[in-house]
Design a protein around this ligand. Structure first.
Ligand SMILES: [Zn+2]
Length: 256
């Protein structure tokens, strides 16, 4: 009887030990599975982050390429043509002129913008007066031949006036001056208004006072050049001349 009791007691201990072992094994396996799951999650998260970054980089590259293509496209547009001492107007430059007022003609694509600018300037109480717009090669040659200072006048074939994209505008009150085409023109009320608002109509002051060594043309606070509203705003806001803008367009131009 006592022996039997002892035997049963040993069996119970054995079962208990067995149960403890099973519990331990289950705990170990569950724990291990959780750990594995954690590692897998971390790996998935890392892979996702890497993919996201790759996508982001690809998108940025595509945007940069699209921007470069847009800039190249804009540069080839008629309204951004660069004409200066180094760059003659393109031989195939297409000009169709249209009258603005008083017999002055300009590129037909620019006429409305110029008329609007002049009308708004007059509406504001000033007296702008056109004195030169489109010039034929012959006229440019004549002006060049008869100018005292060659830096005042573009070489024939190198004038924006020949492209029909430029207008010289003075204040009517300076018509009586011996020569209204002097730096003091900038102090005239109509000129002040034009310099402040020209970009709203797509024009820029083409030969600023601080850019003479780049443009190779003296300060001309009367010569306005059409480049389109989008570009005019950037050029005027940043105080650039057209040469600088075209050279560094990627720094300034953000296509919409
Ligand atoms: Zn001019």
């Amino acid at each position: 009887m006592r022996k039997r009791k002892k035997k049963r007691g040993g069996l119970i201990i054995l079962i208990v030990i067995l149960l403890i072992c099973i519990a331990g094994a289950v705990f170990f396996l569950v724990n291990r599975a959780a750990e594995n799951r954690h590692i897998a999650e971390e790996e998935r998260a890392a892979a996702e982050a890497a993919q996201k970054q790759a996508e982001e980089e690809a998108r940025e590259k595509a945007e940069e390429e699209a921007r470069a293509a847009k800039i190249a496209e804009e540069k080839s547009q008629w309204y951004l043509v660069l004409v200066n001492n180094q760059n003659a107007m393109p031989g195939d430059f297409d000009i169709e002129t249209s009258e603005v007022e008083d017999g002055y003609v300009i590129d037909a694509r620019v006429k409305d913008a110029l008329q609007e600018m002049l009308a708004d300037c007059r509406e504001a109480g000033y007296s702008p007066r056109l004195i030169s717009t489109f010039r034929t090669r012959e006229t440019q040659q004549y002006l060049y031949d008869h100018t005292a200072n060659k830096a005042d006048t573009a070489v024939p074939g190198h004038s924006e006036h020949e492209c029909g994209l430029a207008a010289d505008i003075i204040d009517a009150d300076s018509l009586g001056w011996a020569d209204p085409l002097i730096a003091e023109q900038e102090d005239m009320p109509a000129q002040k208004w034009l310099m402040e608002h020209c970009q709203d109509y797509g024009f820029i002051l083409r030969y600023p006072s601080d850019k003479e060594d780049i443009t190779e043309i003296i300060y001309e606070p009367w010569h306005y050049r059409y480049v389109g509203k989008e570009h005019a705003a950037v050029i005027m806001e940043n105080g650039l001349c057209l040469e600088e803008y075209l050279e560094n367009m990627e720094d300034y131009y953000r296509p919409e």
